[in-house]
Write a protein that binds this ligand. Structure first.
Ligand SMILES: Nc1ncnc2c1ncn2[C@@H]1O[C@H](COP(=O)(O)OP(=O)(O)OP(=O)(O)O)[C@@H](O)[C@H]1O
Ligand SMILES: [Mg+2]
Length: 260
């Protein structure tokens, strides 16, 4: 079974969906078989990956027994990259997904989907909600994107503390894959201040060495529903995610993953 990595944050708009899609593409390019799962009922990943052009079905329809795994797992082009949508289209669907999260069926289903893949990246809904707690109970690790702004950094201690509780009470195997600094703007003096604050407050080891720059190409790619690697007008924009994929891979081969 592949490694299930939940991509989560307490603060919204920090780059979870962008990381899920673009890291997925970069991992697939290294030859890994990757499944991206949109567990966010808002369907950000399905929009960013233009999945709804192919199907509006997903986890909800599989959990209801209406469709099989092979009918909801969609291959992205010819790559070894696959996507599953949440399948949430109505309020009833939303209530159903939350209920299936709470009773553990969603987590079990995702573990079932993970067979045959190297990595399963879960794009999650912002915040510490019951769905996220369930997903973390069934995940192997957690990747925390954090935009390089004071507001986002300040949410990290509470989030790390809450996840520590999940680890001790519900999933002892849950590891911290790393905190990923996103939307780094080297021309913004605030970024330097935030970096200094980070150095003072957190152990350096919890951060990925790779940082994701603030680039208009990411917003443009999202607008077109494609990973940034496919934007013809932005060659090289995916370089940071390629580096992140290599760093993530390297972490799997040593025991240096951080416990929370
Ligand atoms: N490195 C970046 N440079 C510029 N824009 C970015 C970058 N990363 C993400 N964005 C843009 O910022 C916005 C928020 O990103 P994204 O949707 O990935 O965040 P999120 O954490 O998934 O948000 P939500 O909480 O709504 O799920 C999007 O419009 C995205 O295109
Ligand atoms: Mg999102």
């Amino acid at each position: 079974m592949g490694k299930i990595i939940a991509i989560a944050s307490l603060k919204g708009g920090v780059g979870k969906t962008t990381t899920c899609l673009n890291l997925g593409v970069s991992l697939a390019q290294t030859g890994k078989k990757v499944l991206l799962v949109d567990t966010d009922p808002q369907g950000g990943l399905a929009v960013a990956g233009n999945l709804k052009r192919i199907t509006r079905n997903g986890l909800v329809q599989m959990l209801r027994g209406e469709l099989g795994e092979d009918e909801i797992v969609i291959q992205a082009g010819k790559r070894s990259l696959f996507l599953v949508g949440s399948g949430v289209e109505t309020l009833d669907d939303l209530a159903f997904l939350q209920q299936e999260g709470n009773n553990g069926h969603l987590g079990t289903a995702i573990k079932g989907l993970a067979m045959g893949f190297d990595y399963i990246l879960l794009d999650t809904q912002t915040g510490l909600n019951s769905l996220l707690l369930q997903l973390l109970a069934h995940s192997d690790s957690l990747l925390l994107p954090c935009s390089c702004q004071a507001g986002a950094i300040k949410t990290l201690p509470l989030f790390l503390k809450s996840v520590h509780k999940i680890q001790s009470e519900r999933n002892r195997g849950l590891k911290l894959e790393g905190v990923l600094l996103t939307m780094m703007d080297s021309y913004d003096p605030c970024t330097t201040e935030v970096e200094q604050e980070i150095k003072k407050t957190f152990p350096a080891e919890i951060f990925f060495n790779t940082r994701i720059p603030l680039l208009p190409s990411f917003a443009r790619a999202a607008l077109h529903g494609v990973p940034v690697a496919l934007l013809k007008t932005a060659p090289g924009a995916n370089r940071a995610f390629d580096a992140l994929a290599l760093e993530l891979e390297a972490r799997q081969h040593n025991t240096g993953e951080e416990t929370l």
